[in-house]
Design a protein around this ligand. Structure first.
Ligand SMILES: [Zn+2]
Ligand SMILES: [Zn+2]
Length: 416
């Protein structure tokens, strides 16, 4: 098996950097070593992980998630009557309040995408030594890569804790088996995700051998009329339709055009206006309707003395989305006017903005959980407000904007 791997490695002796387009030489990595792009420091690959361990942990995570769906997640009791909800309720109850889009989004990011991701991962890593490069294997591997940015179980977990604080003053809340199972699942998923990210798995999944093109390390792919595959980092001819290694379609130039990114940023910014203007949640207490905007909710938490949670919601719902829109727009518009000295700073700023954006989903998850938990009660009920869907749209649009942002712009201009 080692001989086979070494032979395959010879074919991919160079690798492109998806972040800055630099081509570098690959070296054999020993345990605990990893390779970075020499120009921008992008994590290219780590040493191979033990595949069986990864498959076992992924399977355990999957079983835990499915088991958590079967039991109660949280319960709350007020004036003697107790009510409980499952994880599925949190994802799906919104659909009963004419919020189908939102319900689908929560269901996807918290349950369906994690399940699909784990199934793909288990398939890919358990097939590695059997039928390396058949079409189905490559399909699952590409699917796995595409699902990664949309895994939001950790954000949901924080959303659960925020929801508890929000209603703890009004009712007695208990965390049940479903919550604990889900928490352990989130930890396992994060572990599997990190380990899989570091494994140079493409070596085992080559579609065909590399087309006969000359590649030189120590310069950019663009300078050699080549393109780096965004998924597997292989180098392809500029006019190639599909990546020779992973078969990912390569003609995605429009997606990475500054115009596309700018349009997405603009759309996200527009969506933030109704998101903060309209009520995000409506609480009915003893027949009294109390609509609350996001900022109204923050003020209420602050006055009730739950200051840390008020700060979390304020930062996640207002500071992050606004800062993200502004940072992306400024980085994009200034990309053409920079010197190599500040490229690294801008890159760091971009990476932080990109990473932090998904945490804005907290407020959506809080609404989903409270609607599912506090429903149809004689004392109190919670309904989703019309701002929730605009807010979710703003988060998704700005995430797409960050994905389409072409970081290679920084260097291409800097080195002209
Ligand atoms: Zn790089
Ligand atoms: Zn590829």
């Amino acid at each position: 098996m080692i001989a086979k791997k070494a032979a395959k490695r010879e074919q991919t002796d160079v690798v492109g950097c998806p972040q800055c387009d630099w081509v570098s030489q690959r070296t054999e990595l020993s345990k605990r070593e990893h390779a970075e792009c020499p120009r921008c420091g992008y994590f290219l690959e780590g040493a191979a992980t033990r595949h069986h361990t990864l498959v076992a942990i992924a399977a355990a995570a999957l079983v835990l998630l499915l088991a958590s769906l079967q039991v109660n997640f949280i319960s709350y009791s007020v004036t003697g009557s107790e009510q409980s909800m499952t994880l599925m309720d949190a994802a799906w109850q919104l659909s009963f309040f004419h919020e189908k889009v939102l319900a689908v989004l929560v269901l996807l990011t918290v349950i369906l995408i994690p399940v699909l991701y784990l199934v793909s991962l288990i398939w890919v890593y358990s097939q590695i030594h059997n039928s390396g490069s058949n079409r189905l294997n490559r399909y699952f591997l590409r699917l796995m890569e595409h699902l990664k940015p949309w895994l939001m179980t950790d954000v949901f977990l924080l959303g659960t804790l925020v929801s508890l604080v929000k209603i703890s003053g009004l009712a007695e809340v208990r965390l049940l088996e479903g919550f604990w199972g889900f928490s352990v699942f989130v930890v396992l998923l994060l572990y599997v995700y990190e380990r899989a990210k570091r494994t140079p798995i493409w070596d085992y999944y080559m579609a065909t051998s590399r087309p006969n093109i000359h590649v030189q390390a120590g310069m950019t792919a663009n300078e050699q009329d080549l393109q780096t595959c965004p998924l597997c980092h292989a180098l392809n001819a500029k006019d190639a339709d599909k990546c020779y290694q992973c078969t990912e379609p390569q003609k995605t130039a429009w997606w990475r055009k500054p115009g596309t990114t700018l349009a997405l940023i603009f759309a996200g910014a527009i969506m933030l206006i109704p998101a903060h203007w309209l009520p995000v949640m409506e609480t009915v207490r003893f027949g009294n309707e109390q609509p609350a905007t996001i900022i109204g909710g923050v003020t209420e938490l602050w006055q009730a003395g739950d200051r840390p949670v008020a700060v979390i919601i304020f930062v996640a719902s207002l500071v992050i989305p606004v800062a993200k829109v502004l940072t992306l727009a400024v980085l994009l518009l200034l990309a053409q006017r920079q010197t190599p000295a500040i490229v690294q700073n801008r890159l760091l700023l971009f990476k932080v903005t990109d990473w932090i954006g998904r945490w804005s989903m907290i407020d959506i998850f809080v609404v989903a959980i409270l609607v599912a938990l506090v429903r149809g009660g004689t004392v109190m009920s919670v309904y989703p407000g019309s701002a929730a869907v605009s807010f979710a749209a703003a988060v998704v649009l700005t995430m797409l904007a960050a994905m389409s942002f072409d970081t290679r712009l920084f260097w291409r201009e800097a080195h002209k």
